[in-house]
Design a protein. Structure first.
Length: 610
């Protein structure tokens, strides 16, 4: 009788596994300022060490590739070396016996094409492009380039009003972003190498709550220029704010009754209390921005009218219309887009869903907003129908877990096929085709039908949340270039055909995040200022605290707590609770101050203007 032996990993194996985990954390928090050529060599060395060494392409070829890249970094290479790297990598890809050799060579091959300029800079000028301007990692990932270490340091010292002033140098929506920002900055927080990213969004929320209303800075001397902004969403209001600070008179045209765009009419109150949004908007209006609400472009006025009346015109209409499923029965009563559904809730005109079954199609943040809102409107049962896996959803993980905690059922790997309606034209439910996971395309797993019979999901309300579109027809008719449903802007956000007219945000890039729209508004404001013949600089007269020379031991992250799920589903009050001052001080103390140590120290001081 044979015996089986259960073996535990020895000390050496445990140490190696620990080293791999440390390396993984370092890779995750690597800033974009690292040299891509050097990173390629490092990854190549790791792959080479993992190779079994049985085939020549891995054992010899990867070593040759490493030597070639080392010559590039050491200044010993020529342009011919770059060709050799191409040829060697391609040869290994075509002849390696295992995935390690292929993937390692493929990484080098793609890199030699993708960041060829970096290779050439090393070869021709013996210098690294990435070291010419080292970015602070968190700031480099923030679309608006907010001084994150600066305002965290201010929060630590309890200077909340100064923290808000510093944020507003780049982002006029500090309170709003404290509630709903997707915080891409945290992905590259160097604190990830020690324990976990600093809760940057939570600290912004704390600063906004503790500071209360903070008046905007004084505007520059009037230039006598008048600018029209079409669209009162985050992008348009951000551009208006910065342009007004520069001394230009701005008028914002908004088709809805109140300003805010999707912030007001697309994001539910439990995520962003509207009185808190009003705090940010009021600070923008206090700069002197004029507003004309309730008028739609193409109906009440035209882009041609504005061009004749103003020195410059900015189009920031956002993505405010819905995409269609294109399925049989989509015209049934009770089928509504998520955009219209959430807008009705914002208007206060949405009927109660008491006792109804609700299905929502889609897996993004808008879908989560729709299902969680349906729960609060009294729906008997709420389901998400998604054709991929939960892991493939584009919604934030916290939003998905929040929906599940509130009783939402998530039906994955179900592709809608047709909508069934009754004799009176009301929706009865939706038929879905079971899917199975398939090949990975573009870094994302695709799906295909399993061959099983379609499944019927009953519902009396069907909400479609599969994306948003731009209302571009009026602009296209007026001569503004439009391509594939988006306004086709040139490099600096303008048009050669229509001088003085600019566009930016979702209408130019497609639907994106709030912080991306704010960043677009900031950039276009600077471009319009340059077009008008000026070069104003936005400053923040705030002194940043010097970093403290203290140890930074491993410390757990302070996360924002939430109201109990059973209580919060009964109303539309805010879900998240703010940090206490003690929690905020501890969390802010976890910041490694990369703006001073390592990265920012090379700059000879921080940028307090733009």
């Amino acid at each position: 009788m044979s015996r089986l032996e259960l073996r535990s990993p020895n000390q050496a194996q445990l140490v190696v596994e620990g080293l791999y985990k440390d390396l993984e954390r370092r890779i995750e928090s690597s800033p974009p300022g690292l040299c891509p050529v050097d990173m390629s060599r490092a990854f190549l060395e790791i792959c080479h060490a993992q190779s079994c060494g049985k085939c020549v392409p891995c054992r010899v070829g990867l070593g040759q590739l490493k030597n070639l890249i080392t010559d590039v970094l050491d200044g010993k290479a020529t342009i011919r070396t770059l060709t050799e790297i191409h040829e060697t990598a391609k040869s290994i890809m075509e002849s390696a016996d295992c995935a390690i050799g292929y993937e390692a060579a493929n990484m080098v091959y793609k890199g030699a094409i993708g960041f060829k300029d970096d290779y050439v800079e090393h070869i021709m000028y013996h210098r690294c492009l990435s070291t010419l301007k080292q970015p602070v990692p968190c700031v480099s990932r923030c679309p608006a380039r907010v001084d994150i270490p600066g305002y965290i340091a201010l929060v630590r010292e309890g200077r909340y009003e100064d923290a808000i002033r510093l944020i507003r140098k780049d982002n006029p929506f500090p309170t709003t972003c404290g509630f709903i920002c997707e915080h891409p900055c945290e992905a590259l927080c160097r604190r990830n190498m020690i324990d976990d990213a600093v809760n940057i969004r939570g600290l912004k929320r704390m600063a906004a709550d503790a500071a209360g209303y903070v008046a905007p800075p004084e505007c520059a001397e009037s230039t006598g220029k008048n600018i029209a902004v079409v669209g009162g969403g985050p992008g348009g209001l951000s551009a208006a704010y910065f342009l007004q600070l520069m001394g230009h008179q701005v008028t914002v045209y908004e088709m809805l009754p109140k300003l805010g765009g999707m912030l007001r009419y697309g994001i539910p109150n439990y995520r962003l209390p509207k009185e808190r949004l009003d705090d940010d908007i009021q600070a923008i209006l206090d700069t002197g921005v004029k507003v004309d609400c309730g008028k739609a472009i193409g109906k009440d006025y035209s882009i041609v009218d504005l061009k004749e009346k103003y020195d410059a015109v900015l189009i920031t209409i956002g993505a405010s219309t819905d995409k269609k499923l294109g399925l049989e029965g989509e015209d049934a009563k009770g089928v509504i887009s998520a955009v219209q559904f959430l807008r009705n809730v914002g208007y206060g005109t949405q009927e109660s869903l008491e006792g109804k079954e609700v299905a929502v199609i889609g897996g993004g943040n808008v879908s989560m907003d729709a299902v969680r809102t349906s729960v609060r409107l009294g729906a008997k049962k709420v389901s998400i129908v998604y054709r991929r896996r939960v892991a493939d959803m584009t919604a934030l993980p916290d939003e998905i877990s929040g929906a599940e905690a509130e009783g939402v059922e998530i039906k994955t790997l179900m592709a809608p096929s047709r909508i069934e309606k009754d004799e009176e034209g009301n929706v009865k439910g939706i038929w879905v085709t079971p899917q199975m996971i398939s090949n990975i395309k573009g870094g994302r797993a695709s799906v295909k039908p399993t061959g099983e019979d379609d499944v019927f999901i009953p519902c009396q309300t069907l909400i479609v949340a599969i994306g948003q579109d731009i209302e571009y027809q009026h602009f296209e008719e007026a001569g503004v270039p439009v391509q594939r449903g988006k306004i086709n802007v040139e490099k600096f956000g303008g048009f050669e055909e229509m001088p003085g007219v600019f566009a930016g945000g979702d209408c130019a890039t497609g639907p994106s995040t709030v912080i991306s729209a704010i960043a677009a508004g900031k950039v276009i404001a600077a471009n319009i200022d340059e077009y008008l013949g000026y070069h104003h600089e936005i400053t923040a007269d705030v002194e940043i605290p010097e970093p403290k020379l203290e140890d930074k031991p491993a410390c757990g992250r302070v996360n924002l707590t939430e109201r109990e799920a059973g209580e919060r589903v009964k109303d539309f009050e805010g879900v998240e609770n703010c940090m206490t001052e003690k929690e905020a001080c501890q969390e802010a103390g976890r910041c490694l101050r990369c703006d001073h140590f390592g990265y920012g120290i090379f700059k000879g001081g921080r940028d307090t203007k733009w």
